[in-house]
Design a protein around this ligand. Sequence first.
Ligand SMILES: [Fe+2]
Ligand SMILES: [Fe+2]
Length: 212
Amino acid sequence: MQRDNERVYQLVERRAREIMLPVKVATRERGYRYYHGLRTVRIAENLIARSEELDRAEVDLFLVRCGGLLHDIAKGLMDGEHGEEGARLVREGFSDLLGAHDLDRVADIVRYHNKRDPTRDYPVEVKVIQDADLIDHLGAMEVWLAFHWSAARDEPVAESLRWFEGDRARSWWDYCLSHCNFELSRLAMERRLERFWRFLADLRRENDGELW
Ligand SMILES: [Fe+2]
Ligand SMILES: [Fe+2]
């Protein structure tokens, strides 16, 4: 049976908003994972539209949109591994909106979005969301995330610079670049990283008292 993609997605989106928008964790704005989910969907749509490695006819955009929106649904809501818990929440909370086949595939996107392994042959919808999720942590968005993090922890500029200029930030960026599934994702990450590093260099100069 043909599903009414747009209508069902609107219902999924409304329920996601009800569940995710009230969630507040200390280092993020209220509802962060809902907004991050929406951005992840938009990034995924752009990857699908523009990547030459992706065959648009092979990708189920409806599953990508549902999975992208819901991928972090368990984060901040419960303890435990958030991919596994999120898949469970999707099965429990969306079975009246999604048919059994779609429910399985959306739950799998949620389960595997954070289990990146270039040697595993995940469904293309999982791979797209794995990449889109990482991309949404980089670039000008990383400035936003860093400000929220620092504000919540009362952290001065120098402390934040120390973290971003240290080994842990470097290995986080290395992880992103070495775990993306598509060349276009890698390009997006590289462009966003360059933008962030330019900002970081400016912040360093201004914190050191340079005039410009
Ligand atoms: Fe996640
Ligand atoms: Fe995420």
